[in-house]
Design a protein around this ligand. Structure first.
Ligand SMILES: Cc1cc2nc3c(=O)[nH]c(=O)nc-3n(C[C@H](O)[C@H](O)[C@H](O)COP(=O)(O)OP(=O)(O)OC[C@H]3O[C@@H](n4cnc5c(N)ncnc54)[C@H](O)[C@@H]3O)c2cc1C
Length: 535
């Protein structure tokens, strides 16, 4: 490895290192598995990434495989941001804005920039990212590659629609800029002899040969397994766009280097708050009524998440206030957020919400209504419940329709009894994406076994409830152990061919979205799990 580091340091402007402390910092993502990289690369320039992948691709052609994992902040929950090979970290240097065109509402950025910085950069304009994500620990490249639609998202948040263009670094170091090509442009492209042209040619052929199979992909349900978005590449008019394939591909097809993102007008007014309920029926009744008011976010929390956090010494003022107001124990909470046009509409909306709360004998508190930015106080709820110890990020990103939530709660209760753990969930009533916390202690063998049981149970539960196991975020390494049981073998073969077209030597995240064995996962489960890795 030292020879590789020496080569890279001679040829790139950024740094390559095998420093033990650095590698230790990069061996975990937010999943329960671990993999220590052999080398870490901190590129300062596009060419640094190009040279690194080209070098690894050449080595792979000679039979030496070094998997290349591009990593943002490493929030991934599925072991897709870790590798035993080379980590390329984009957040250290490749985190800049390149251009901002206010008239066209477009921002051109490097992949390592975080979402909060984008909003800060355009703050003086009337524009903002059209995503309800407030965390500074999401790189844009990671977010797109993960295909995230997590609970703090609105029904309208659609990653495909916010991307104008991506610049991709291919495994041989060539650059590819995505955009929708007309049928004529596609024909011109596939007549060329470059790596890029080869991808277009082979993929076009693959799609044409598997039209019936691709038509079986149900785009109405969010599903990030494999390369489902192949169904969005070729339109009926013959036009062709590779962009959707990179959404949710978890760094396995190409490296996102830059992106042009569409911005939207900032909401003039925001109204957000929390409603507390003593039982599930009351919570669901409120949900039905709140949805009619067209919120931009509507997230439900099993209050035991707060109990778990409290046990770790984390207090959340709003929750304490609601408990006092309710006068008995709060069982569920709903967080809501509205984008509004005027102060008048905000007051009217607040009154309607208060009346819903009163009718249902629930309790409500509103966030500080004066400042738009105060929404962050509530939206950082996730950071708050992201408890340091005791709460394991085990089962995330399921899609379960709301009519099935009652059954899901009963199923989770049965699993709690079987595995002696608490499994509070939180989910979005708009996207129906559900995350489940776990209180397992991974330092014990029995709870490590329970972690595997829990994931398998969740996979089966999602399937029986007509839901999706890998709806938000991909399958990575961890979820793939279970998700591969769900997949139609013909589709699995199609996805294998997609990967082969982009990355024939399998250098990009080589263990991610690939068949994996239980023993590999079991060996890598972290015994020291806590999710405070970016503190
Ligand atoms: C409430 C909440 C719910 C969440 N739910 C989920 C969930 O269900 N599933 C889940 O996995 N995560 C989930 N996350 C984690 C997190 O949102 C995403 O992983 C994060 O947005 C990605 O940003 P990152 O910089 O941490 O990316 P990383 O974790 O560093 O990377 C994510 C993936 O993208 C790839 N990648 C990163 N940068 C690039 C690039 N430039 N080019 C190509 N590939 C790249 C990585 O290899 C990896 O596969 C959740 C987070 C929150 C706060």
């Amino acid at each position: 490895m030292n020879r590789i580091v020496a080569y890279l340091n001679k040829n790139i402007i950024g740094e390559a290192t095998t420093d033990r402390t650095t590698l230790d910092k990069l061996k975990n993502d937010n999943s329960v598995i671990t993999n220590k990289p052999s080398v870490a690369v901190f590129p300062r320039h596009t060419d640094d990434i190009r040279k690194t992948v080209k070098f690894c691709n050449n080595l792979a052609e000679k039979g030496k495989l070094i998997s290349v994992c591009t990593r943002g902040y490493g929030n991934d929950h599925t072991g897709a941001a870790i590798t035993d090979g080379a980590i390329i970290n984009t957040t250290k240097y490749l985190n800049q804005m390149i251009d901002f065109d206010e008239n066209q509402a477009l921002i051109h950025v490097q992949a390592g920039i975080d979402l909060q910085s984008i909003n800060n950069l355009v703050n003086l304009s009337k524009l903002a990212l059209p995503l309800n994500l407030h965390n500074q620990h999401h790189s844009l490249g990671g977010l797109i590659s993960n295909g995230l639609i997590y609970p703090f998202a609105t029904e309208a948040d659609n990653l495909f629609e916010i991307i104008e263009q991506l610049e991709i670094i291919l495994p041989n170091g060539e650059l590819l800029q995505t955009r929708r090509l007309s049928k004529r442009e596609l024909n011109k492209m596939i007549g060329k002899t470059t790596y890029e042209a080869n991808i277009y040619r082979q993929l076009d052929q693959l799609i044409d040969e598997h039209q019936e199979l691709i038509s079986r992909i149900n785009l109405k349900k969010p599903d990030n397994y494999g390369y489902n978005n192949i169904a969005r590449v070729k339109n009926k008019d013959g036009s062709f766009d590779l962009t959707p394939l990179f959404v949710g591909s978890q760094g396995t097809l190409g490296i996102i280097n830059e992106a042009i993102i569409k911005l939207e007008p900032k909401p003039k007014q925001k109204l957000s708050g929390i409603m507390a309920f003593t039982d599930f029926e009351q919570a669901m009744d409120a949900c039905d009524q709140l949805i009619k008011l067209k919120p931009t976010e509507l997230n439900f929390f099993d209050s035991r998440i707060f109990a778990l956090a409290k046990k770790q010494g984390n207090f959340f003022d709003y929750y304490e206030q609601l408990e006092t107001k309710t006068g008995q124990s709060v069982r569920f909470l709903a967080f809501f957020d509205f984008n509004l046009k005027s102060k008048i509409s905000k007051t009217t909306k607040a009154k309607k919400i208060e009346s819903i709360s009163k009718k249902l004998q629930a309790q409500v508190i509103f966030d500080d209504l004066e400042k738009i930015d105060s929404i962050n106080n509530l939206s950082q709820l996730f950071d708050f419940i992201n408890v340091k110890k005791g709460g394991v990020q085990l089962v995330n990103g399921l899609f379960v329709s709301r009519v099935q939530w009652r059954k899901m709660i009963a199923d989770l209760a049965a699993l709690e009894a079987k595995t002696d753990q608490t499994l509070p969930f939180y989910g979005s009533a708009l996207t129906k994406v559900v995350n489940i916390h776990s209180s397992l202690d991974l330092s014990t063998i029995s709870d490590r076994q329970n972690a595997i049981k829990t994931l398998e149970y969740a996979r089966r539960m999602a399937s029986q409830l007509d839901g999706v196991f890998c709806a938000s975020g991909g399958e990575g390494q961890l979820k793939n152990l279970f998700a591969q049981k769900e997949i139609d073998p013909e589709l699995a073969e199609l996805y294998r061919k997609v990967k082969q077209i982009f990355d024939p030597n399998n250098i990009l995240n080589s263990k991610v979205k690939q068949p994996i064995e239980l023993k590999t996962i079991a060996k890598n489960i972290r015994t020291d799990y806590n999710n405070n890795f970016y503190d």
